[in-house]
Design a protein around this ligand. Structure first.
Ligand SMILES: Nc1ncnc2c1ncn2[C@@H]1O[C@H](COP(=O)(O)OP(=O)(O)OP(=O)(O)O)[C@@H](O)[C@H]1O
Ligand SMILES: [Mg+2]
Length: 517
């Protein structure tokens, strides 16, 4: 049933239940994004699995989050279970071959997969504000913090780097405000408290080095299949903002790093956003606008983004409008909101005269869906009532031993397992403070030296810089014409110097605020 340039999704049926035709997703429209929706238990994850298998077989790497652990089975050979064989027969899938897929497991906590990290600097102020649910004032302070760090050559890698920088900003708020814009000490304090909360939630595992290299989720195997990166997200889901922010960060990394390719034969990567409502829940308008923009523009970088969610109303309309390939599983329609969702879902399809979409959506069985994909010159196909094919890999989770086995032979084994703590803002600021302290102390000691024989002159290195008068304990007067540099002044000068130093290599941030390379 596999054909060049297409992946088989399932078989549609006529109103009398007889087989209509196979339904495909065309690879050349794989970067025109997609949507998989349906109430709980209707078959979304299995559909995601089927699509991921198809892309992988076509040599397209896939990234997806495994929210319940049940997607991990994609790394194991399928088993001839009755319900799968029955489905294969219903849709005329001959032969129904089983297959295991090249999987790379990832985990922000490093428990069920290879560690995934990024640095504060790479994430940038916009997404970090989202992660901390920052108020406008706090966001302003974070923006300034990144400006100071970006311009001052202070790498912000982990949480303690940002803590150190915020300390510094709090201590020098007045002076820094003159240079960078108003810094409210109260906001600095509240961000510091938010950082502590993030730390308690385990976010410190996520910030640091070695940071994830995009190329590691774009691997293919020797036999030409795309790697399927599966992010363990069961624990991560307990912290929905971290989950959502992480996926947005990854999307923005892909966007910033990949070159333009126009409309390729097949996508360079396909990205599945499961539980997509978590990206948009209470997200500030500006963030939604930026996401909309990234989704629109990332297409020409050959990346397909597929949102998976229970309710089509979970995805903002501007984003929804860009999702060309659609699989709509059953929805319930008891409450007014549910009825509205059914209507929205039905209205987005190109109608089929054989049935009424809104009615059928509430009647679909498990693993059955309304399917419409892009065809011809990129127009949506007429919607068809479709039985989704059974996966070739296992439906259900891997055991811990199987997962460990997959991880042992993974191509990224050893690359991300250990933390690497290089010199960054925390160490630099600590060293700077120490140096200033030493300098200050030296100056104080010098100032405390009694003046030699009433003269203001000393001869260095001839022994007369030792106190020679009995009045050595007297409080010294400041030497005329000399004003001791305060700690703050020294820090400001060194910050200004760094700004000057870095003018040639100013950091540029992209749409979602991550680094542009
Ligand atoms: N295409 C299919 N072929 C055969 N069986 C299927 C298919 N799709 C779903 N099923 C059956 O339905 C079950 C539930 O499907 P699935 O886990 O994909 O639902 P879901 O929509 O992801 O649910 P949830 O919202 O709870 O995550 C599967 O475990 C499987 O038994
Ligand atoms: Mg599911």
């Amino acid at each position: 049933m596999l054909q060049d340039g297409k992946l088989f999704v399932g078989t549609s049926r006529k109103p009398d239940n007889s087989i209509n035709k196979p339904e495909y997703l065309e690879l050349k429209f794989g970067n025109r994004h997609g949507l998989v929706t349906g109430a709980t238990g209707t078959g979304k994850t299995v559909t995601l699995q089927v699509l991921a298998e198809g892309f992988s077989n076509a040599g397209v790497p896939v990234f997806c989050a495994d929210v319940k652990g049940d997607l991990s089975g994609i790394g194991a050979m399928g088993e001839a279970k009755d319900f799968l064989l029955k489905r294969a027969e219903e849709i005329g899938l001959q032969p129904y071959d089983f297959q295991e897929f090249p999987v790379i497991f990832w985990d922000l906590y490093g428990e069920k997969g290879h560690r995934v990290r990024t640095t504060m600097t790479e994430m940038g102020p916009l997404l970090l504000s989202r992660l901390m649910n920052a108020s406008d004032a706090q966001e302003g302070v974070l923006n300034i913090a990144f400006k100071i760090a970006d311009q001052g050559g202070l790498p912000l890698l982990d949480l303690k780097d940002l803590q150190a920088l915020l300390n510094y900003m709090g201590e020098n708020a007045t002076q820094l405000s003159n240079q960078f814009g108003f810094i409210s000490k109260a906001s600095v304090g509240s961000i510091q408290r938010e950082l502590l909360i993030l730390e308690q939630q385990g976010a410190q595992h996520f910030f640091g080095e070695p940071a994830l290299k995009i190329s590691d989720i774009m691997r293919t195997t020797n036999d030409g299949r795309g790697a399927i990166s599966v992010l363990a997200a069961d624990k991560l889901m307990m912290n929905p903002r971290l989950y959502g922010t992480f996926l947005l960060w990854l999307l923005s990394e892909l966007f910033e790093e990949l070159p333009e390719v126009g409309d390729p034969e097949k996508p360079r990567l396909v990205f599945f956003f499961d539980e997509a409502h978590l990206l948009f829940n209470d997200a500030p308008k500006v963030l939604i606008e930026r996401v909309e923009q990234v989704v629109r523009l990332i297409r020409s970088k050959g990346v397909g983004v597929y949102f998976v969610t229970q309710n089509p109303l979970d995805v903002p309309e501007t984003v929804l409008a860009q999702l060309g390939n659609r699989v709509q599983h059953a929805l319930r329609a008891y409450t007014p909101r549910e009825q509205k969702a059914v209507k929205t879902a039905a209205d987005t399809f190109r109608p089929n005269p054989d049935f009424d979409c809104a009615t059928v959506i509430t009647q679909l069985g498990t693993g059955e869906a309304l399917v419409s994909t892009l065809e011809g010159k990129g127009v949506p196909s007429m919607v068809e009532r479709t039985l989704i094919r059974p996966p070739a890999s296992r439906v259900g989770p891997l055991s811990d031993a199987e997962r460990a086995g997959v991880m042992k032979v993974s191509p990224v084994t050893g690359l991300y397992d250990e933390d690497f703590d290089r010199e960054s803002a925390y160490e630099i600021l600590a060293a700077r403070a120490k140096k200033l302290e030493a300098q200050q102390q030296a100056e104080q000691e010098a100032a405390q030296q009694p003046q030699n024989g009433g003269s203001r002159w000393t001869l260095p290195g001839f022994g007369d810089d030792e106190p020679t008068t009995p009045s050595g304990t007297a409080k010294p007067k400041g030497r005329s014409g000399y004003q001791r540099e305060t700690v703050v002044e020294a820090a400001m000068k060194s910050a200004a110097r760094s700004v000057a130093n870095s003018l040639g290599r100013a950091i540029v941030r992209g749409i979602l605020g991550s680094l542009r390379r």
